[in-house]
Ligand binder design. Structure first.
Ligand code: SF4
Ligand code: SF4
Length: 315
């Protein structure tokens, strides 16, 4: 299958590398001609068939998916290239009645936009109406952003920092294109914005959050803004995460600035529950739905439907 010739001189994002991805030349993202898929899954939270794509045009020092975003450096092996028509068939066959979209995340999915457009076209040509979700770092060119807006029905847009120097140290890239795109998105496709979001990293982005909130409020104070608590990861592996008090405080300050829809998820615990060794473990298990004490999973009547098996604590 031939990808659009635009990959012969790739200018999909603001790095504007101009490399020939069809011939194996690599730009900042190191993506080739064939986008590689890490994995796919049905996301009940997002009512979405979710496609996680390898590679990114940023090098965020806190990336919680760095083995995906920094592919191929991480040397883990993933699913591989999947023909658009094959992924379209797979999506249609796995959709549940409440699945209303196919979602693309990563890494940074917009570095693979021609492929994403093909997949969505193939799904629609097969007679299935479907929405499209995209989670992006916002670093695409204006031309790519126009295509993203035309395609996507639900966009999660991350603004990692407001100040250019902070953004560059965090991600390796300037903030101006991201802020420009955020403004265009907010003013021309407000209905497609699922959330704007920022990861709260104590000492690095907590003050940035307030500048970003003021920036968003100036454009449209009704845009949902989500604060995500940083957890030690990657190059910031030994940096502490935010307390619950800090997340609450920042949320209130964002509201004071004028935003009407602000919420946070995830914080870094500073205290441990009390009790014996087994009681401390039991307290976490009870929160997850397992009330057995002591535990013996092999004999448990819930072993095939264990409520503590697949816990997503940030939900
Ligand atoms: S997507 Fe961006 S980083 Fe990747 S090759 Fe194209 S212009 Fe360069
Ligand atoms: S933009 Fe996202 S996926 Fe890419 S390196 Fe940064 S946090 Fe990771």
């Amino acid at each position: 299958m031939q990808h659009p010739s635009e990959l012969a001189r790739c200018n999909l994002c603001e790095w504007r590398c101009g490399v020939n991805r069809l011939e194996g030349e690599r730009g900042v993202c190191r993506a080739g001609m064939h986008p590689l898929i890490a994995y796919t899954m049905l996301s009940e939270t997002l009512s979405s068939y979710s496609v996680t794509m390898l590679g990114c045009n940023f090098r965020c020092i806190y990336c919680n998916a760095y083995r995906i975003s920094q592919y191929p450096d991480a040397q883990w092996f993933y699913r591989d290239y999947v023909e658009p028509s094959v992924l379209a068939d797979e999506t249609i066959s796995r959709m549940k009645p409440d699945t209303d979209k196919i979602g693309f995340t990563g890494g940074e999915p917009t570095i693979h936009l021609p492929y994403i457009e093909e997949v969505v076209r193939a799904i629609r040509e097969k007679g299935t109406e479907i929405g499209v979700g995209i989670a992006t770092n916002g670093f695409c060119t204006p031309e790519t952003l126009t295509r993203v807006i035309d395609l996507a029905t639900s966009i999660s847009f991350e603004i990692k920092a407001y100040d250019d120097d902070v953004h560059r140290m965090l991600t390796g890239a300037p903030s101006a294109p991201v802020l420009r795109n955020a403004k265009v998105l907010a003013t021309t496709a407000r209905e497609s914005i699922r959330v704007f979001r920022t990861v709260v990293i104590p000492g690095i982005t907590d003050r940035q959050v307030l500048k970003i909130a003021a920036f968003i409020a100036d454009v449209d104070p009704t845009i949902p803004y989500r604060l995500i608590g940083f957890r030690p990861n990657f190059i910031l592996y030994y940096h502490p995460g935010p307390s619950m008090a800090l997340m609450n405080d920042l949320t209130e300050q964002c509201k004071d600035i004028g935003l009407t829809d602000v919420a946070w998820s995830g914080y870094y615990p500073t205290e441990m529950p009390g009790g014996s060794e087994t009681e401390i473990a039991a307290q976490y298990l009870r929160r997850a739905g397992c009330h057995k004490y002591p535990r013996s999973c092999g004999e448990c009547e819930l072993k095939d439907q264990c409520p503590a098996c697949l816990l997503e604590p940030w939900r």
